[in-house]
Design a binder for this molecule. Structure first.
Ligand SMILES: [Zn+2]
Length: 148
């Protein structure tokens, strides 16, 4: 199922994730037993980043069950469990130079500063990915985390 010009629903799920509980998107999070879809705002933001970079984006970690989130060391209130967060990487392409997470982060920050990512709630730059979250209910100290 296509969610936007370049993202399909199944890209947000890990096929080896056989967990049975997730979290609600409302805050405080509740345990739910129906796997959430990606938040529409998240898909919109990912598509805008993709269009700006004009390069395919791989979702390295999308929606996680509680069990999967624990297995990868995700935070106890991770937006990955509710469909409001995704980790992304720009896909390497033959003949084109790689775009590092730091460069992707700079593009995200620029889009935000231009008022184009109003629903972005939290982002940080990891070693090989950039985290994008729209889980605005989670108390945070600003939207820019590690790596920025
Ligand atoms: Zn993440």
């Amino acid at each position: 199922m296509r969610l936007s010009a370049n993202f399909k629903l199944n890209e947000f799920y890990n096929p080896i994730d056989h967990g049975t509980t997730w979290r609600s998107r409302t805050w405080p999070q509740r345990v739910i037993t129906v796997r959430p879809n990606p938040a529409p705002d998240l898909v919109t933001i990912l598509q805008l980043i993709r269009d700006t970079l004009n390069r395919p984006i791989r979702i390295t970690s999308g929606i996680r069950s509680e069990a999967r989130n624990r297995a990868v060391g995700g935070s106890n209130s991770s937006g990955h469990m509710s469909g409001s967060s995704a980790d992304i990487q720009v896909i390497s392409m033959r003949g084109m130079r790689d775009i590092s997470p730091r460069e992707v982060g700079a593009v995200i920050r620029d889009l935000f500063n231009r008022g184009l990512l109003q629903n972005l709630a939290f982002s940080y730059i990891g070693g090989s990915f950039v985290h994008i979250g729209v889980d605005s209910e989670v108390p945070r100290n600003g939207i820019w985390g590690a790596g920025y």
